[in-house]
Each structure stands twice: as structure tokens, then as C-alpha cells.
Design a protein around this ligand. Structure first.
Ligand code: TYM
Length: 332
């Protein structure tokens, strides 16, 4: 059976981008068709300036939202990265296979390190090695597929390179995984800055739809989305990024196709109105279920405890095999 692994980082409240780009497919498709693991990658949240209490809170909230989005602990494994030591153990071995140059070429590293330096801050070493930990997440479970949005594809490509290199040097140890992306909404853009990704860690609130936004807040954000000069509703990501983003969001929420939908609208106003309502409807069941789950925190804790146990049992044999293959003396 195909094995699937993916993760979400608790550095901010989860967004419509996270949902349409990744989480919805995990719930609707992956958990039904594959042996699937979904991880709240809290160690990754420590790679940038962070408040310990907030990371803990966001980790719990992310777990609750994954379940609210439809992940079913009877069908898949949901767990927290730091509860399974194998991630950090394997990450070190992969650091001995990856190169400094490779890390510095990663787009997300360049962007985040650049932003940090521009603010006069310092860049944590773990930000540089971030993709290696991500590779460890994936390779520890022998995942065949990694369902992600566009922004994570480069990291999965690096994971493939590291797996192949390790296997060539030390013998066949890892499955070489591949990224899978959604057909639409693989890169949902910020509603106020349609040339930038809608990212949960950014601070431009009005351009970001959060999964827990009230319906009226969602409507306001979508209705105020920056569109392009011009009037015709055409689907052109280069020339009309704002309108293209709305068409993609609408298509992803209604199961349509952005090009076909562009022919339906004669004004930006009507497109925004329908998009706002479509988003509200998509988020409604998630928010309802989230409310129910918040009333039962013991349930979420239990899911994470069982999930970590299952994940540990799956990861340990592969990570132990990697320790032997690379030349470390078994503890006996
Ligand atoms: P993170 O937490 O930034 O995002 C979680 C998932 O949501 C997708 N995503 C988006 N998709 C479309 N449009 C957007 N605006 C948008 N924003 C986010 C991301 O592509 C991702 O699939 N490094 C990862 C977490 C991670 C991971 C892993 C993922 C750590 N280890 C192993 C897969 C496998 C991250 O920061 O995702």
C-alpha cells in the first residue's frame, strides 16, 4: 500500500492556503487511499524567533484543526513531531549526507534568512538545516508520496536527492518519495498582495483568511481583495494575479475550473461575492467540528498519544537500519 507523509508547522494560525493546498486532500483523498501519517512539526517551529507558550498553543490548535478538517484517527496517524525521537536522530545522519551549498540554495531559506537579516536579527542555524529535518520526517516513514502545496516541492526534491545519495553510498535504506500537488490552489496568494503566498506566519492580516475566521471576517477580506486594473474577468496568473487568485480559490471551493469560471463573470464584484460565500461554506463544517473538539480536549490528546506510539513503531526500524548502514556501532 502507498504510504503518505505530510506535515504542518505551528508558527501561526492555519490558513485557507494550508487547507486548499494540503489539508483538504489529506482528509478527502490520502487517508482513504494510503497508509497516511500527518504530523504537527513543532521542531520546525523553533527555527525562527518563537514564544514557547505560543508554539505549544498553536501545536494543540493545529492538531484540533487537522481533526476538524476530517482526518480520522481510525484511518490515519496524527501526531506531534517532537513526540517521536526518530526525526531528530535521523536528521543528524542526513546532515552528514547533505551539503552546505545545497541548503543555501533553498528558496525558503533565502527568503526567510533575508527577511531576518533585513530586520537586523540573526539567522538560526536550524533555519539552514530545516530541509534536512524535513527530509528525515519523510524518509523515516518510507513515504512514497508527500502531498504538499507548491512552496514545499523544492524541499521534497531535496529529500529525494538525499535518499538517493544515502542509498548509493551506504546501501538501499530509504524509499525515494515524490511530491504530489493539488490540481488547483497549489499556491493560494495573499489577498492584499497577490504576488506573495498566503502564509500563516506573515503579518498582513487582511490578506490572509484563517480557518477560524468568522464568516463576516471572511467576507470582508475577500470583498476587499486587491484586484487588477482592468475590468474583464480573465484567468491569467501573470497579467492578472489578483483575479486569478480569486478564480482559483473559487474553483477549489466549488470543484470547478478557474478558466471555465472566468467566462461566467462580468464583474470583479460578482466574482468576489461568490468567492466569499464559497469560502464561508467550505470553512463552515470545519469550524463546527473544531468547536465540538475544543469541548473535548482529552480526545485530541488521546489521538496524539496513540499517533506518536504508532509513528514511533513505524519509524524506528528504518532509522535503526540507517544507523547501521552509515557505520555506527549498534548499542548491543
Ligand atoms: P507549512 O506549515 O508552511 O504548510 C503546510 C502545508 O500547507 C501548504 N501551504 C499552501 N498551499 C497552497 N497555498 C498556500 N498559500 C499555502 N501555504 C501553505 C504547504 O505547501 C504545506 O503542504 N515545511 C513544511 C512542513 C513540513 C513538512 C514535512 C511537509 C515539515 N516536514 C514533511 C511535508 C513533509 C511547512 O512549513 O508547511
Amino acid at each position: 500500500m502507498t504510504r503518505v507523509f505530510s506535515g504542518v508547522k505551528p508558527t501561526g494560525h492555519l490558513t485557507l492556503g494550508n487547507y486548499l493546498g494540503a489539508m483538504r486532500r489529506w482528509a478527502d483523498v490520502d487517508q482513504h487511499q494510503a497508509e497516511a501519517l500527518f504530523c504537527i512539526v513543532d521542531l520546525h517551529a523553533l527555527t525562527v524567533d518563537h514564544d514557547p507558550a505560543r508554539v505549544r498553543r498553536l501545536s494543540r490548535q493545529a492538531a484540533t484543526l487537522l481533526l476538524a478538517a476530517g482526518l480520522d484517527p481510525d484511518l490515519c496517524t496524527v501526531f506531534v513531531q517532537s513526540h517521536v525521537d526518530e526525526h531528530a536522530r535521523l536528521s543528524y545522519l542526513l546532515e552528514c549526507v547533505a551539503t552546505d551549498g545545497e541548503m543555501r540554495r533553498m528558496i525558503q531559506y533565502k527568503e526567510k534568512a533575508g527577511r531576518e537579516q533585513a530586520r537586523g536579527g540573526s539567522v538560526r542555524l536550524s533555519l539552514l538545516t530545516y530541509p534536512v529535518l524535513m527530509a528525515a520526517d519523510i524518509l523515516a516513514y518510507g513515504a512514497d508520496e508527500v502531498p504538499v502545496g507548491d512552496d514545499q516541492v523544492q524541499h521534497v526534491e531535496l529529500t529525494r536527492d538525499l535518499a538517493v545519495r544515502f542509498n548509493q553510498r551506504y546501501g538501499l535504506t530509504f524509499v525515494v518519495p515524490r511530491a504530489t500537488r493539488p490540481a488547483v490552489a497549489a499556491r493560494v496568494m495573499n489577498l492584499q498582495e497577490p504576488l506573495s503566498k498566503m502564509g500563516k506566519s506573515d503579518d498582513t492580516g487582511p490578506g490572509i483568511v484563517y480557518l477560524l475566521d468568522e464568516p463576516d471576517a471572511v467576507r470582508k477580506k475577500v470583498l476587499r481583495a486587491v484586484t487588477d486594473s482592468g475590468r474583464e474577468v480573465v484567468y491569467d496568473r501573470e497579467a492578472r494575479p489578483g483575479v486569478a487568485n480569486l478564480l482559483e480559490i473559487l474553483a477549489a471551493c466549488t470543484g470547478g475550473n478557474p478558466s471555465d469560471l472566468s467566462g461566467v463573470y462580468e464583474s470583479y464584484g460578482a466574482l468576489k461575492k461568490d468567492t466569499a460565500e464559497a469560502v464561508v461554506e467550505v470553512l463552515r463544517p470545519v469550524q463546527e467540528r473544531h468547536k465540538e473538539l475544543c469541548a473535548d480536549p482529552g480526545f485530541v490528546e488521546g489521538v496524539l498519544r496513540d499517533g506518536a506510539e504508532r509513528a514511533r513503531a513505524m519509524a524506528r526500524p528504518t532509522v535503526d537500519a540507517a544507523y547501521r548502514a552509515i557505520g555506527l556501532l549498534p548499542a548491543g
